[in-house]
Ligand binder design. Structure first.
Ligand code: HEM
Length: 454
């Protein structure tokens, strides 16, 4: 009779080891259901890494939103204005106009972009980290830096604190919803929209905004691209980079000692984004048939899900091991490595900018602190990267006990968080399904078979 309570106690005590993994697998199943039967995930046994690249680069693998169940979910997460987000616009004149505008904002000289990023980082680090030993969540520490940086890209002047708070509030709300660690707060996002509208109407933006968009759409474009995607992606990428440094002290020492060694930094960043790519899956909807070989055709309307972690793991020895030295002999273009997407099919417009501004910010962090962390490092990093910053030159302190505490707290937080993610994720999937933001947008008006123009 005592067996059941003993088993229950054992299950609870060992939960940190087995529960988070099970919950992640279950969430994967929920998302597969959203996709329906016309979805294909690559690479798989049928389509290996070579076919992955060929199919991803195919001109008919170009549809972004129309016709995929997943779009309703992404549009829900990225609101307001997902229909003018560059990532989700279908090919056409509006897409071209928006993509050209994004390039204009990102086109500064390398030296001035790096200097701006370093200045924003220095100000935020000096303001936020005051003690000799400080426990932080890396993503939270990075958010205000990238909020200030993007504000300067858009408005060409230093970011006032109230604007920074609005931007961080917006970006945090989006990324928490995307990771299913929190629900959306449309009111929080709307506050930033109102602020941006006033600035756009006052003519404060440094570049011309897409002329094919009306004022509301221009505001949504700025909010989606710079104050959501850019802030989130750079904060996530930096959290991964700093966490690997916190857990690989030899790599950290070498980078801290040679901050101007661009080559070594690019090996470390390539390896970080190989093991922890920011995209789990990027999807496309086929706009025409794709003949893969004599026997296989992917019909028009298929939803192709390109799995970055699977692709990045193929073609490497011990792919799960973080080892920047593997890049000393490899060139990123000769191996399965696409951290910024595929050149032939809407790659990241910040492909050039991201590494150079990240190097500048990493330099500011390493100049001030040694990093140490004992937490689990996963690709989606829902923990936001707990980490200890120890000020350089401060009197030596024993940090083993704090690191032990961080480890135990992380394991138990994982249990609570993975259950929360399952519940909130399922709720948002159902809510997005009932709202059908993308589905309704592409529906032809009654009596008219034509699609809405891109
Ligand atoms: C290290 C940082 C970043 C990484 C690893 C990254 C990665 C990616 C990847 C893999 C894609 C292509 C996804 C696909 O094929 O569907 C993409 C697209 C995109 N990224 Fe980034 N990104 C980063 C930073 C940024 C920044 C700073 C911006 C700021 C503007 C940005 C804006 C975009 C946009 C607008 C797209 C959509 C492109 C299009 O469809 O035309 N990303 N990013």
């Amino acid at each position: 009779m005592k067996v059941i309570p003993v088993l229950a106690a054992a299950a609870v005590l060992t939960a940190p080891r087995w529960l988070p993994r099970r919950v992640v697998a279950l969430r994967g199943k929920v998302f597969e259901l959203v996709n329906g039967d016309n979805a294909i995930t690559l690479p798989d046994e049928r389509f290996g890494p070579e076919k992955f690249r060929e199919i991803y680069s195919h001109p008919n693998a170009g549809g972004r939103s129309e016709g995929a169940g997943l779009s309703d979910l992404f549009w829900y997460w990225l609101s307001p204005g997902p229909e003018v987000h560059q990532e989700h616009l279908e090919a056409g004149p509006r897409y071209d106009d928006v993509a050209r505008t994004t390039q204009r904002f990102l086109a500064g000289s390398s030296a001035s972009l790096a200097a701006t990023a370093a200045r924003c980082a220095a100000a935020v680090l000096d303001e936020q980290v005051r003690r000799d030993v400080t426990a932080v969540r890396l993503r939270d520490l990075m958010m205000p830096i990238w909020a200030e940086f993007n504000y300067e890209l858009v408005f060409g002047e230093p970011c006032p604190r109230p604007a920074r708070d609005l931007i961080v509030g917006n970006a945090t709300d989006v990324v928490d919803a995307l990771k299913c660690t929190g629900l959306r707060h449309p009111g929080r996002r709307a506050r930033l929209t109102r602020y941006l509208r006033a600035r756009v109407e006052a003519g404060d933006v440094v570049h011309e905004l897409p002329s094919t968009l009306d004022t509301t759409e221009q505001v949504h474009y700025l909010q989606g691209t710079f104050f959501n995607t850019s802030v989130v992606q750079l904060s996530e990428a930096m959290a991964h980079l700093l966490l690997v440094l916190a857990q690989h002290h030899d790599v950290q020492r070498r980078l801290a000692a040679n901050p101007s060694d661009e080559r070594y930094f690019s090996h470390v960043l390539d390896e970080t984004l190989r093991v922890f790519p920011l995209f789990g899956i990027a999807h496309r909807i086929t706009t025409g048939d794709i003949d893969v070989d004599e026997r296989t055709t992917l019909p028009r309307g298929s939803v192709l899900c390109f799995s970055y972690p699977e692709y990045h793991a193929s073609g490497h020895q011990d792919p799960e091991v973080f080892d920047p030295s593997r890049w000393a002999e490899l060139s990123a273009k000769d191996v399965p490595h696409i951290p910024f997407g595929i050149a032939a099919n809407r790659p990241c417009p910040a492909w050039r900018l991201s590494p150079l501004v990240m190097r500048a910010v990493a330099g500011e962090v390493l100049r001030r602190f040694r990093l140490d962390s004992s937490v689990r490092h996963t690709r989606s990093l829902p923990s936001r990267g707990p980490c200890l910053l120890v000020r350089r030159g401060a009197p030596e302190r024993a940090t083993a006990a704090v690191l032990g505490f961080l480890r135990v707290r992380d394991r138990w937080e994982d249990v609570e968080r993975s259950l929360r993610q399952l519940v909130l994720g399922t709720w948002m999937v159902l809510d997005a399904r009932s709202q059908r933001l993308a589905g309704r947008y592409f529906e032809p008006p009654p009596g008219c078979p034509a699609h809405r123009p891109a």
